[in-house]
Design a protein around this ligand. Structure first.
Ligand SMILES: *[C@@H]1O[C@H](CO)[C@@H](O)[C@H](O)[C@H]1NC(C)=O
Ligand SMILES: *[C@@H]1O[C@H](CO)[C@@H](O)[C@H](O)[C@H]1NC(C)=O
Ligand SMILES: *[C@@H]1O[C@H](CO)[C@@H](O)[C@H](O)[C@H]1NC(C)=O
Ligand SMILES: *[C@@H]1O[C@H](CO)[C@@H](O)[C@H](O)[C@H]1NC(C)=O
Length: 955
């Protein structure tokens, strides 16, 4: 999909948003800014729904572009983002600044441990060598993390809301859970103290991963304890199309209803499933990224709202990319995650669904003090009649206007059919049967509706509404209410006390619902209608109700802060009024008609910096037609490009000298996986923590060695080639979750006594395993050679006590040379060690050949080309690199992709699943030359070539 995007028009608007928050902050002093009770968080004494969505700065190199993603979140009605950080990797300051600029709050979740499908769960490589397990109060681990966390907490403190920054909460550890390692109370206490000493005054938090099951670690050492939930992947997988009948019930756990958690804190969920991670070669039984549907958000999110959740963080809003080897073996290069916003930054249906939910919660102050009244007694509650069993939880506003929220869904979550029902709703005007004017309501399978009762909208009150509320806002004294339902569904809404007012119904265009009005209960205005397209009902002088179908609701953009309501548009980033000028910025994918409700003094629309004419409509809106300038951009043909290439395994040649290599001669390790070798052959022992690792073992044959058994660890999905001198003797292209593999190799020719042999191992390091559970050393699962031995024809072992092993990983190891791209960007291939992936490398002497020609036998080659782009700033055309389809019949090969020096892809020909590699605009030069480098590693003697390679626009 091609979008025109307003990169340039934002400056003034963003300052507006930030200034508003700053103003709010001035009349408050330090720690009193953020407070809470058992209902919600309060900022400057005002209750706020914390509607947050996760973004990882480190998965999007290029701070300037965080603003771009943040605006999308802000536009959706999110007000907060969860946030992680990697040790020494990226400056959190820039991230905080970007959030502040856009006007978002931040819940900072910096570690010390982050999990997040990052290598080692975010721990630095050198932690491999500390004594003992991690995530505890042992000296070695404490010494390791303390300087980092102290610094991060100090930076966070400087960016707290009471010091003018965006941070409203700080998480002290991540999913510190499980019974295996046990809870280390001292560790929790230390983190609490470090936070206090660093000057943290905002609430501290923790997210239990197994809370509903049994643990509540950290509960005594943080202010607002919460938990994480990934219900759909548990219940959908392995069979994504079948949800268990009791899915709703299973997902109904809330700490409020468990006395051990009832601590005068709001109900907080710090991670909730907005998508799910994807493994190497996930296989057909796992759901695909795009198979993770918005139904999950409709059913499971609303289920959590029904349990009074007022702090809610969706994981992920936007996943980004596991560029430069940063992933743990759980994930391939893309961290799309099936998130609300795709890896290419395109808006999914899930984004729009989350948006209408967020907008509803943001415009429902009563929700912040509502509490469920019939947990465990909700089957057929408030149902007058129904064709199937429904579960309705009623959440009552305990402190405000006694508003009620009825969460209606099927009792049997596996049910896919449509049910008819009517309700018996307790309202301030007595118990009312809805629909009042005949007909029945309908509920699809995998849907949940929030029906409101005695619900305040601007200057009016809805007695009830079966159609869901998107937003309400008062503009020029007129209350504008936006309601929505599925296309063509019958709905019913009653407004209190305006039954005697004149009204008119305006249908917009050919697609509108018919509205029937009756006085119902005398003074109340009651209407039956079908939600189709857009219909406006004007009641009296100061109330307009817009009735929309879901598709129209998705593209409706309320801006409560600035009193503007816009119908239409792929993405409206911001809107603000200054005198008679309305300035709107947004992204369009086609010519779009915007229907705008804004203060009457506005007579000029400025859309993305251009003045656009507005004409009044019968709906009472101002209509403007905006057209994107979707300029034709031609992408270069990589197959026809001129490529140069060079051999990247000169280490195989007889004359190769490895005198510069690191000698692997350590003979003790802190790793609990004790190797079978006499010297330690784990790459982490020598400072190599990512990418391809090369080993060279020097042997002098003794007695006719005939077999080699070699046991390698590389992490799930890893591949390898083993060479005896120049001859490849074994290769493996990986399997999902297979972290280690023992090869029993019959050498092609038995060794002759006295001969020198070099065993070269080229292996993947897929990232370190995460250390998900408390007080464990899972992250130390080794990468390298666990054991090996030679046997003769009669099976006797040959002792090679004098063997010398050498190892190479990324240039400089822990003293990595590339300070811009960070410690993980390169691996240990010869080409990487010699900067062949960098744009500035001179390849004039290389001979011409393309990755589409490839290698005829085992080996590794680097291929370099350049291409020019001319993509105007006014458009955002996401660009990806596409490699051949995955097939088990492909010769096994791997390709490592570098764009302008950044490693933006690891491709595995027979493993997959990834064939498309998104290249973000922060890495690409959109106005000139780009350097593309592909390292092609043919694992076996079958050789390898790319059968296709192209740049493509994403849609
Ligand atoms: C169950 O809920 C209904 C409302 O639907 C209420 O009338 C009834 O008293 C509740 N029963 C219990 C035991 O809470
Ligand atoms: C509602 O009742 C009032 C007075 O009782 C009347 O003036 C008005 O026309 C009625 N409205 C409708 C839609 O029937
Ligand atoms: C534009 O985007 C919206 C929202 O995703 C979609 O419904 C519509 O079909 C798109 N139109 C075009 C022309 O791509
Ligand atoms: C060894 O390293 C030195 C300096 O780092 C370099 O000049 C030399 O070329 C290297 N030798 C080999 C054989 O790679």
């Amino acid at each position: 999909m091609l979008l025109s995007q307003a990169f340039l028009a934002f400056g003034a608007l963003m300052q507006g948003a930030a200034a508003m928050h700053l103003e709010q902050r001035q009349n408050s002093s330090n720690s009193s800014v953020v407070t809470w009770d058992d209902h919600s968080l309060m900022i400057n004494g005002e209750r706020v729904m914390i509607y947050s969505a996760e973004v990882h700065g480190f998965r999007y190199p290029g701070a300037a572009s965080w603003i771009e993603v943040f605006q999308k979140l802000k536009a959706a009605g999110f007000n907060t983002r969860g946030h992680f950080n990697l040790d020494g990797f990226r400056d959190p300051e820039a991230f905080f600044d970007a959030a502040k600029t856009v006007g978002l709050y931040v819940i900072s979740r910096p570690g010390p441990y982050i999990n997040a499908e990052a290598s080692s769960g975010g721990f630095p490589g050198w932690l491999q060598r500390i004594e003992g397990p991690a995530r505890n109060s042992l000296q070695a681990y404490t010494d390791a993390y303390l300087p980092y966390i102290t610094k991060i907490f100090e930076i966070t403190a400087r960016n707290q809301i009471d010091r003018g920054g965006p941070v409203i909460a700080l998480q002290l550890e991540n999913e510190y859970d499980e019974i295996v390692g046990g809870e280390d109370f001292e560790y929790e206490r230390i983190l609490e103290i470090v936070a206090v000493d660093a000057g943290i005054t905002v609430p501290t938090t923790h997210n239990g991963a197994l809370a509903a099951a049994f643990t509540n670690f950290f509960i005594n050492h943080v202010d607002i304890w919460g938990y994480d939930g990934y219900p759909a992947t548990k219940t959908i997988c392995p069979n994504k199309d079948t949800w268990p009948a009791d899915a709703i019930k299973q997902n109904q756990w809330a700490m409020h209803i468990d006395s051990k958690y009832n601590r005068g804190q709001p109900m907080a969920i710090y991670e909730f499933e907005g998508g799910f991670k994807q493994a190497w070669n996930p296989g057909p039984q796992l759901f695909s990224v795009t198979g993770h549907r918005s139904q999950v958000m409709v059913v499971f999110f609303k289920n959590k709202y029904s349990m009074a959740t007022t702090i809610f963080n969706i994981y992920m809003a936007w996943g980004g990319t596991n560029w430069g080897n940063l992933a743990s073996p759980d994930c391939y290069t893309s961290y799309d995650f099936g998130a609300l916003i795709s890896e290419e930054r395109l808006l999914r249906n899930k984004y729009y669904e989350a948006k209408i939910q967020a907008q509803f919660l943001q415009s429902s102050p009563a929700f912040l003090t509502a509490f469920p009244q019939n947990i465990g007694n909700n089957t057929m509650a408030y149902v007058a009649s129904a064709s199937d069993s429904l579960t309705i939880t009623m959440s009552l506003d305990l402190e405000g206007q006694a508003s009620k929220f009825f969460f209606a869904r099927h009792t049997d979550a596996s049910y896919m059919g449509e049910s008819n029902y009517s309700l018996l709703l307790p309202t301030s005007h007595g118990d009312l049967k809805v629909p009042q004017l005949g007909g029945h309501l309908t509920l699809r399978g995998r849907d949940t509706k929030i029906h409101v009762v005695d619900y305040k909208v601007g200057h009016h009150t809805l007695l009830y509404s079966s159609a869901e509320v998107l937003t309400s806002l008062v503009i020029d004294g007129v209350t504008n209410v936006v309601l929505y339902g599925d296309h063509g569904q019958l709905h019913k809404t009653a407004v209190m006390g305006v039954g005697n007012k004149c009204y008119s119904v305006v249908e917009s265009g050919n697609e509108s619902g018919t509205v029937h009005v009756s006085n119902g209960t005398g003074t109340d205005f009651v209407m039956n209608y079908r939600t189709i397209g857009t219909t406006a009902v004007k009641i009296g002088k100061d109330l307009v109700i817009y009735l929309l179908d879901r598709k129209t609701a998705y593209l409706t953009w309320p801006n409560i802060e600035n009193n503007v309501l816009i119908f239409g548009g792929y993405l409206i980033r911001s809107a603000s009024v200054d005198g008679s000028i309305l300035s709107v910025s947004g992204d369009l994918n086609t010519t779009t008609s915007l229907d705008i409700v804004c203060p009457s003094q506005v007579n000029t629309l400025n859309f993305n910096g251009r003045t656009v004419e507005m004409t009044p409509t019968r709906l009472g809106t101002k209509r403007a037609s905006v057209t994107p300038n979707l300029i034709d951009v031609v992408l270069p043909d990589l197959a026809a490009a001129s490529w140069r290439s060079a051999d990247s395994l000169p280490e195989l040649s007889v004359g190769y000298h490895d005198s510069n290599w690191t000698v692997a001669d350590a003979n003790k390790t802190t790793n609990p996986d004790t190797p079978e070798t006499s010297v330690i052959l784990y790459s982490g022992e020598y400072g190599y923590h990512c990418g391809v690792i090369l080993w060279r073992g020097h042997f002098n044959a003794v007695v006719g060695e005939e077999r080699l058994s070699l046991h390698l660890y590389g992490g799930g999905g890893f591949g390898f080639s083993i060479y005896d001198n120049e001859k490849v003797v074994e290769s493996w292209n990986g399997r999902r979750y297979e972290a280690n593999r023992k090869s029993d190799i019959i050498l092609p020719e038995a060794w002759k006594a006295g001969e020198d042999h070099v065993i070269t191992v080229v292996q993947d390091h897929m990232g370190y395993r995460m250390s998900w559970t408390a007080n464990t050393a899972l992250f130390k699962e080794p990468r390298g050679i666990f054991g090996y031995n030679f046997t003769t024809s009669n099976g006797s072992l040959v002792n090679h006590a004098d063997a010398v092993w050498k190892v190479q990983g990324n240039l400089g190891g822990e003293g990595h040379v590339d300070q811009i791209r960070g410690p993980y960007n390169e691996g240990g291939l010869y080409g990487e060690r010699h900067g062949w992936h960098l744009p500035e490398f001179p390849d004039v002497d290389w001979h011409q050949s393309s990755p589409l020609d490839g290698l005829s036998t085992a080996g590794a080659r680097f291929y370099r080309t350049t291409f020019n782009l001319a993509v105007p700033d006014s458009v955002d055309y996401p660009i990806s690199l596409r490699l051949p389809a995955i097939s088990s019949s492909n010769p096994p090969y791997r390709a490592i992709i570098f764009v302008n020096g950044y490693q933006f892809g690891r491709y595995a020909s027979s493993l997959g699943p990834q064939t498309r590699f998104a290249i973000p605009p922060t890495i690409l030069n959109r106005h000139g030359k780009n350097t593309l480098v592909i390292a092609l590693w043919a694992l076996s003697e079958k050789g390898a070539r790319l059968s296709s390679l192209s740049l493509e626009f994403d849609s």
